[in-house]
Design a protein. Structure first.
Length: 114
């Protein structure tokens, strides 16, 4: 497994030109960012609300690319989507979608009798 690097250190290393071979790599549930820092292959990390650090998984290729381009100012990178497997949709989203459908139905005006 790759070493983890936090967002700030990733951006600073990119600005200093210390990252090489940046890549967006498809994984189960989304995409991760990888780059070589010195002699070590690193992955961008995120800290959970409990304080645990793990690799950051972007939901879409677009959001991963946006981070590289807009935040880290890295414009040239490779994409390996061969390992990408979409995340199974959460039952929570199905419940939220159903509530939204019900709310929108309640807001529709009643048909006028002729």
């Amino acid at each position: 497994m790759s070493a983890l690097i936090n967002s700030r250190a990733f951006r600073e290393a990119a600005a200093a030109g210390a990252l090489s071979d940046p890549a967006v790599v498809g994984v189960e549930g989304g995409y991760v960012l990888e780059a070589t820092f010195g002699q070590v292959r690193t992955q961008l990390s995120a800290r959970s609300s409990s304080g645990e650090e793990s690799r950051r998984i972007f939901a879409s290729l677009q959001s991963a690319a946006s981070f590289l381009q807009d935040k880290a100012r890295i414009l040239a990178y490779t994409v390996d989507a061969s390992g990408h497997r979409p995340a199974a949709s959460s039952p929570r989203y199905a419940r939220v979608a159903e509530r939204l459908r019900q709310a929108h139905a309640a807001l529709r005006p009643a048909p006028h009798p002729m």
